[in-house]
Design a protein around this ligand. Structure first.
Ligand SMILES: C[S@@+](CC[C@H](N)C(=O)[O-])C[C@H]1O[C@@H](n2cnc3c(N)ncnc32)[C@H](O)[C@@H]1O
Length: 204
């Protein structure tokens, strides 16, 4: 799996995440991001063109060197200054209350200890700071849920630990008491991978 994860998977992530009509979701989620910004699971830098003009610098984390190598061309082409840390979302090396905005797009599905990562996101937000997210996850249809549960072990193996069946609304709601969230199918993807949770959670 080492060669696959380090050399092949990053290209597959870049290819799949650059398409499937995801740009509209990126634009929507990033529209109100402001202040000190942290992006979790920066991937290949596909969010950079969608940050609003007033965002001039961001801090990013992602544990994968192979993925980050592919981000470099987008970092070089962007007017935004990117300070990247090659660390996991479960153990952020930042002080409590550092950020006004934390961003996660299609990343919580792949973080092994998601509750720990959400606790870290909450911890590094300032009081009143906001967590902006779009994530795919567990459908509200029992038939689709069954397929998501069946396919998740395979998906985890081929897609870098990605779970199809995480109840994102519930997981985010366990950490944050103020959550605005919408859940609906993206019409460009099969239902098992296309039930999207979009929203904003605010730290008290
Ligand atoms: C499907 S990609 C999404 C990338 C990017 N956020 C986007 O929207 O294109 C999932 C990303 O999560 C990253 N990831 C995996 N485990 C992680 C962890 N424990 N903490 C933070 N990011 C992680 C992967 O390296 C990968 O870049």
């Amino acid at each position: 799996m080492g060669l696959y994860n380090e050399r092949i998977l990053p290209y597959l992530i870049d290819l799949s995440m650059a398409g499937a009509g995801l740009g509209q979701y990126r634009r929507q989620v990033l529209a109100e991001v402001s202040g000190e910004v942290l992006e979790i699971g920066f991937g290949t830098g596909l969010n950079l063109p969608y940050y609003p003009d007033w965002v001039e610098q961001i801090v990013t984390v992602d544990p994968s060197p192979g993925v980050h190598r592919l981000a470099q061309k987008r970092i070089d082409a962007s007017p935004i200054t990117v300070t990247h840390r090659m660390v996991s979302g479960e153990a952020l090396p930042m002080a409590d209350g550092t950020f006004d905005s934390v961003v996660s797009t299609f990343t919580l599905c792949s973080i092994p200890q998601i509750e720990q990562a959400l606790a870290e996101i909450y911890r590094v937000l300032k009081p009143g700071g906001r967590f902006f997210f779009v994530e795919h996850g567990l459908s509200d249809e029992p038939d689709i849920q069954r397929w998501q549960n069946r396919l998740t072990p395979l998906q985890k193996r081929i897609a870098g630990g990605c779970h199809l069946n995480r109840a994102m609304g519930q997981l985010i709601g366990q950490q944050f008491d103020q959550v605005e969230i919408e859940a609906a199918y993206a019409n460009t993807l099969p239902k098992v991978a296309g039930y999207f949770y979009t929203g904003v959670a605010t730290r008290r």
